[in-house]
Design a protein around this ligand. Sequence first.
Ligand SMILES: Cc1ncc(COP(=O)(O)O)c(C=O)c1O
Length: 471
Amino acid sequence: MNTPIYNMLLKYSGKRPLPFHMPGHVMGRGLAAFLTSAGPFDITEIPGSDSLHDPDGVIKDAQDLAARAFGARNTYFSVNGSTIGVHAMIHAAVKPGGKILINRDAHTSVINAISLLKAEPVFVIPDYDEKLHLTLGCRKAGLESAMSRHQDIDAVLITRPNYYGIAADVKDMIRISRSRGIPFLVDEAHGAHYAFSCLFPRPVMELGADACVQSLHKTLPALTQTALVHEGASSHLEPGSLFKYMSMLQTTSPSYILMASIDIAREIMEKRGAELYDALYERIRAFDRELSGIAGVKRIRPDAPGIETDFSRIVLSFEECGLSGFEAERILRESFGIVAEMADYYHVVFITTPFHTDDDFVALINAIRETVRHGYGPVDDRLSFVRAPVTLPEKAMNPGDAVLKPSERIPLEKAGGRISAASVTPYPPGIPLVYPGEVISKELAGYLAEIQRSGGRVHGIMDGRVQVVKP
Ligand SMILES: Cc1ncc(COP(=O)(O)O)c(C=O)c1O
C-alpha cells in the first residue's frame, strides 16, 4: 500500500524494538487488553518517524499524497478534528480585532476562534425552507449585501455542506470574494468524501476556495479526531501561515495511530472510492424504493436552485405519521438498536457509508416500517412550531468580549435585556438565535421558553437557565 506512515509503523513494530521512549505503555504491554494490539503502533517521534511540526519524511510524504488526492496545494493532518482546522484557518486569515463574514449557523469552533481573536463576525443568514423545516445554506445575494455593508472584511468562512448534507452553490461566492482579495474559507467538515465520487457535490478545493477543513472521521473510514486542512491551489493566504497555526494549535505528541488512519483512509478512497460509492448509490436507490412504499415517512431531499444534496446523507421526516424526529430517533434506538447520527424536531439524520451492507439497509427499512406504527396519525397541532423572530438581536459587544467577561447562569424568564455570554441555538434550524455579546430581548426569552415548552431542544439553555454577562 502507498501509505508512508502506516508502512513505517509496520516496519518499526516488526523489528520488535526495546523502547526506552514515550509512550509509557511500552509497545502495548501496560495497556488494557482491548488496546494491546494497537500498542506497538502507538509510538512517538523517533528516528524515521518524522515530525508533524517539521515534516520532511513519512509525514510529509503522507500529507503530499493527501494533497494530491484532495486536489490541494498543501494538506496538513489534524489529530484534533476539524475544530482545530477551523481555528487555524481563521487565525491565518483574520487579524486580531479584524472582521470575518460567516454563515449564522456556523459550528461552535468558528465562534470560538473569532472570540479568541477578539474579531467581529458579520453574519449571512442562510435560507430556510419553511415547508421542509431545513436550512439550505447561504446565497450569493446575502454575501454580496454583507460585503457591500462591510468593506473591511478580512475573510469569509462558509459551512458547506450542512449537517443535512445540503451543499449550497459557492462557486460564485468564491469568485466574488477572491476578486476582492478576500480569502474564502470553507468548513467542509461533512464533505471529506466528495473528492472520491462524481455522484457528490464538487469539493470546494475544486471550486477554488483558499482553504477548507474536512473531518475524515465523520464520513470516511478513519478514526475519531482525524481531519485534514487543505490550502487551495491559488490560495490568497500568506504562505506558511496555515501551517504555522496548525503547528501552534496542535499537540507536540500527535498520535501515529491517528495519522496512520488518515493515511490509510486516503489510500482506500483513492484506490477504490469511486467503485465503493457507486455501490452505495445503488444500495440507497434500493432503500429509497422500499421507503416509498411505507406510508407515514418521507425522505427529505430539497430540490431548489443553487443547492445540491449528498445522496449518502439520509434525512427522514416522520411528520406524516405524527412522530417528531426526537420520538422516531428514540424508537429506532430503543426498540431496534439503530442509532441515527442526530435528530431534530422534524427530522432524523443518518450517515451512510460504503461500509454499510445490504443487510444494514434491510434492517433500517424494517425498523422504519415498525416505527411508523408508533405514530399518532397525520400531522396535527402537536407538531406545529412557533416561528422564530426574523430580526437579528441587538449587539452589545463582540463575542470575544462577552465570553471573556465574568458571567452567571440565570433563569430564562429573567434574561430579558441581559447580554448573552454564550450561543443559544434551537434545533431546528440549528441557527443560533443569540450569539455571545448579543442582547436577549424579552420577546426572544419568551420565544425560547415557548420552544422548550413545545418539546424543542435548545443548546445553550440548561435546566431553564442561560449564561449571561455579569452587569
Ligand atoms: C459543520 C461542522 N464543522 C466543524 C465541526 C468540528 O469537527 P470535529 O468534530 O472533527 O472537530 C463539526 C462537528 O460536528 C461540524 O458539524
